[in-house]
Design a protein around this ligand. Structure first.
Ligand SMILES: NC(=O)c1ccc[n+]([C@@H]2O[C@H](COP(=O)([O-])OP(=O)(O)OC[C@H]3O[C@@H](n4cnc5c(N)ncnc54)[C@H](O)[C@@H]3O)[C@@H](O)[C@H]2O)c1
Ligand SMILES: NC(=O)c1ccc[n+]([C@@H]2O[C@H](COP(=O)([O-])OP(=O)(O)OC[C@H]3O[C@@H](n4cnc5c(N)ncnc54)[C@H](O)[C@@H]3O)[C@@H](O)[C@H]2O)c1
Lengths: 203, 203
């Protein structure tokens, strides 16, 4: 498996290579990629060898092939359905964001436990009762979920998701979830992000 | 300066030590901390030595002193005013979140360039014209800002922030900002986060 730090770089390369594709550029060198994205060309060449892409000396990489290789490695050559748990402030912003769909991620179902939310629809997606989660996630064969519930409900939400067959979770709740070996978990703790800024500013 | 990965761990320790403080526990060992938070006790002891905290052999750490040391290192023993740039979907969720204030971060001013937003107030905070940003940020001596504008406006927003005296930025726009040496920048690219999940699921 690729280290996470490499995966982050691959998705930054993909964004830039996509813009080259749109401009109709046929080739690009690792030096040009390095200048544009502030990475060392040797780092870029090593990363791209992971996705089976090799440039021709003096000519560079074929932009179309490079994009396809990056897309395939990142799993973006297909569509992914995503379950969102928690229809609160953050859930609403995430469900309204067009950027996910552009990368092939569609928030196709939303779950909540509040009677004032269940039954509403956001941009055509219905908010369903969390009690329905096992049935709906199995039916739609959903593998990716986002947790946007309060910290005290996060573990319970994760347990139901895992029992329903979800294999990868993006967690926004400030709580250290206990998950089994095979599950992929990414945590985003926005308070911790701000603390890294205040820590830097504290001499 | 502490490596970011250490800062992330310190803020997880702080969250747990805070709960011990609330329960009135006087002491805690690195073994107990390790069991609760799934980190190695030797890693915890090394990290805590960074913040000048040393446990007594066989007894552990003084919970109150440990919390104060963590607070001080993370810069949480004081209040921080934060400027939010972009009053859109994400900006609204961030400004509504009570968790930031609990850690001493107050979103005290919001900027936008849309006439339909300027002049509104969200939870008592006025949305101001981005043209006022240099004046207001200097007046309030704001050092931390969050960027929540579209990717094509992100660099312009960052440039004005830096000219106004901001020293640390949390950026949500999917754009690689060019910033000078002394500025602290944390990027959150939610599409990249989802890509790390799809990459993991792609065999
Ligand atoms: N809003 C932000 O900008 C922000 C910032 C940092 C962290 N977070 C974290 O993200 C999470 C969501 O934040 P928010 O601001 O959207 O909160 P919110 O209170 O606005 O929304 C939470 C939603 O979860 C639902 N919920 C509660 N318990 C549930 C359960 N057991 N099952 C299903 N649904 C349940 C609630 O009905 C509500 O709709 C929280 O953990 C919060 O700490 C949010
Ligand atoms: N909403 C999400 O969940 C989400 C997820 C991932 C990434 N993002 C990123 O976060 C940023 C904000 O997303 P959003 O969903 O809130 O977008 P949005 O379109 O809802 O809001 C953007 C706001 O920025 C304002 N704006 C535009 N140009 C500006 C400028 N030059 N100066 C000041 N204000 C300006 C607009 O008037 C608007 O109010 C975007 O870069 C987006 O890619 C958002």
């Amino acid at each position: 498996k690729l280290p996470e730090i490499t995966v982050n770089r691959l998705s930054i390369y993909r964004r830039y290579v996509k813009s080259l594709l749109k401009k109709g550029k046929p080739l690009v060198t690792s030096e040009k990629l390095g200048r544009k994205m502030h990475f060392k060309p040797s780092q870029i060449r090593r990363d791209l060898s992971y996705v089976g892409q090799f440039g021709e000396r003096g000519k560079g990489y074929n932009v179309k092939k490079l994009f396809q290789g990056l897309d395939k490695t990142l799993g973006l050559d297909r569509k992914w359905q995503v379950a969102l748990v928690g229809a609160g402030n953050l859930g609403r912003a995430l469900s309204a964001y067009p950027g996910f769909r552009q990368h092939g991620f569609k928030i196709s179902v939303i779950f909540d436990n509040s009677p004032t939310k269940i039954g509403k629809t956001w941009l055509g997606v219905e908010i369903r009762d969390i009690k329905q989660m096992p049935k709906v996630i199995k039916e739609k064969k959903i593998k990716i979920a986002i947790i946007a519930v309060p910290y005290f409900s996060a573990q319970q939400a994760a347990d139901i998701l895992m029992r329903s067959g979800v294999k990868a979770i993006l967690n926004f709740a400030p709580y250290k979830l206990a998950v089994p070996e095979g599950l992929k978990l990414r945590n985003i703790d926005l308070s911790t992000e701000l603390q890294s800024l205040s820590c830097f500013l504290t001499k």
